[in-house]
Design a protein around this ligand. Sequence first.
Ligand SMILES: *Cc1c(COP(=O)(O)O)cnc(C)c1O
Length: 388
Amino acid sequence: MIDHNISYGHQYISDEDIQAVVETLKSDYLTQGPKIGEFEKNFAGYLGCQYACMVSNGTAALHLCAMALGVKSGDKVITTPITFVASANGFRYLGAEIVFCDIDPNTYCMDLDKLEQILVSSPKGTYKAVVPVDFAGYPVDEERLRKLADEYGFAIVVDACHAPGGSFIDSKGAKQMVGNCTYADLTCFSFHPVKHIATGEGGAVTTNRKDLYERVALYRTHGITKSPDLLTQNDGGWYYEMQDLGYNYRITDFQAALGISQLKRLDWSIRRRNEIACKYDEAFKDFPIKTPYRADNITHAFHLYIIQVDADKRKGLYNFLRTNRIFAQVLYIPAHTMPYYRQFGWKTGDMPIAEDYYQHCLALPMFPTLTEEEQDWVIEKVKEYVGE
Ligand SMILES: *Cc1c(COP(=O)(O)O)cnc(C)c1O
């Protein structure tokens, strides 16, 4: 018997995390100090990419990628309907036209066969960017995307808000960390409390392209630079230039301190999440429950553990779990069915796989500090309802 609420995701703040934040609060810098650069260096080092730019949240990260790519009003950008709406919105801020591409019924990520169908039916260069989502922590096939990008001329912006710590083995047998940008142009992360690294609000852009990194960094701080090699003139030590219209999308130093501390536990978190996933898989194997697919060449980051149940039972299961203090979640309502996106002509029926997924899906509690007892309770209650 569990006497407290269990959410689908929960942050873990350790004593060391608290200590790290307190030290920064007592330092000279609350923001624009040394912790941001340190977090960037450690994160880039962990992933194995050249550049990481820490920003105020994941949505800002997506918006900055769109700005760095020079997305303009009317440019076409392809993304998936099964995502948090920010994946599309980051490009809408600049007036891009969003084209949704249906999902793969196993991975729930963008279906790259369908993407190819969209690409072949238009002249090369029609699409400015493709924004796949590593949904629930499943790394999308970036290597195949790279081939398509080179052939059809679009930029790859991976929304990896669900997948820091995830990885895949490419066709050459090399391990590729999500966000290392071996194949992608840009990758975005979020440090919202339900995500792997929780800094309250926070996000990151990673890339190996210096030109894109410089623009992301420029637009993060009002379009202002002090970097000597970017200035058009230099009046002295105080001198800076506003070279374009940017935003204040900075993260603070005490959030960066929290991020630095949490990054040290990311590998442990991925391990724990995979253990929890395996236990769920095993528990549900004789029940009418579809558990998450994993190809042999990927390490799932398990931001979410999503099951699919009979459409007739899904709402009942959701409600039954709530009465037992288990706050499972339905993620996501397909973005193309949102009233905002419907105004552009999208409607129910356009994305059959995504819409079918939405009728069946439920995210069960998945976070590294979920206890054995809590997970047993979740399993017992799911079985109790579904098995009826
Ligand atoms: C959380 C999330 C975002 C946005 O991140 P914020 O930090 O909340 O702005 C974007 N895309 C996906 C897939 C997310 O899960």
